[in-house]
Design a protein around this ligand. Structure first.
Ligand SMILES: [Zn+2]
Length: 299
């Protein structure tokens, strides 16, 4: 005879396993879905821009020092004179305020570059002050900021674009000339004015030159088109800065999102005090001309 309690138990048990199986299948289906979406078309899950930034940060990921400390600035700081990285230095006996960055050229080769040295806390103060100013400027005077940066981008690129356009015109003209020269060469060969060997040799020379010029023309066209990207870049930067309008302290992610590089200049002594300038290259827009921004008549 069947035990009703046991029967109920086995029934419940089978209902439970059924539900559990369903849950496990659904769980793995979800994981599979996320996996395929992420690796195939990751923009559906995270923004492409964020994805790229994370990859960039991963590539720049720095090692923890033996003292068990690291700096969010590692890999971002460069010497303004030699262009090489500044290394983060700390040791167990140091207090945090003693940690510093030093030019790698100076560290390895001494006199080849002056002792570009900055304490990590000073660097953080300077960078945070700069970023705060930029954020508040974009937040309060967006139109002015846009106008100044737009004009600067134009000034920076206008000459470069003109040089490239001029060169492109010459390259295109030479490509056409080579076409004509090739036709004449071919006619000369057909009419027996030049030998087959000479024809083969000269046509090879023309073809090589033309191939080289075509590659150069492609590069020049791409570079000219790239200038149109400036406007998009400026908008992307403003959008990013808006995101941080309430930032209360510098975070490693905000730093990496906004900044591409920090250039530390040699210290100067003014009235017996050590002064050190830094220049910040922001993502998308490069160096921001703060003094120009502060001039009311700058646009
Ligand atoms: Zn240096």
């Amino acid at each position: 005879m069947k035990n009703p309690t046991f029967s109920r138990f086995t029934h419940c048990n089978s209902v439970f396993s059924f539900a559990l199986n369903n849950f496990i299948s659904a769980f793995f289906a979800c994981i599979f879905f996320i996996y395929t979406r992420f690796y195939g078309t990751h923009e559906a899950i995270i923004d492409q821009d964020v994805f790229d930034k994370v990859q960039e940060i991963r590539q720049q990921r720095h090692r923890m020092t033996k003292a068990g400390r690291s700096s969010m600035f590692s890999g971002l700081v460069y010497c303004a004179d030699c262009g090489k990285r500044l290394y983060f230095y700390t040791c167990k006996s140091f207090e945090r305020r003693q940690d510093y960055f030093i030019c790698s050229t100076h560290r390895m080769h001494g006199d080849k570059c002056g002792a570009h040295f900055i304490r990590a806390v000073v660097l953080e103060e300077l960078v945070w002050a700069h970023i705060k100013t930029v954020i508040s400027y974009v937040t309060c005077h967006e139109a002015h900021f846009r106008a100044v940066i737009e004009r600067r981008m134009k000034l920076n690129t206008e000459d470069a674009v003109q040089v490239r356009k001029k060169r492109l015109k010459k390259v295109e003209q030479r490509i056409r000339e080579l076409d004509q020269m090739f036709i004449r060469l071919y006619e000369d060969n057909v009419k027996g004015r030049i030998s087959d060997d000479r024809f083969a040799m000269m046509s090879k020379t023309y073809e090589d030159e033309q191939a080289q010029l075509k590659a150069e023309a492609d590069t020049l066209r791409q570079e000219i088109e790239a200038q149109a990207q400036n406007e998009v870049d400026l908008e992307s930067f403003i959008e990013k800065v808006r995101k941080y309008s309430d930032l209360q302290e510098l975070t490693p992610y905000a730093l990496r999102e906004l900044v591409k590089g920090i250039y530390v200049e040699a210290p100067v002594e003014i009235d017996g005090k050590r002064h050190q300038n830094i220049r910040i290259q922001y993502d998308f827009v490069g160096f921001i001309p703060m003094d120009e921004l502060n001039r009311q008549d700058s646009v």
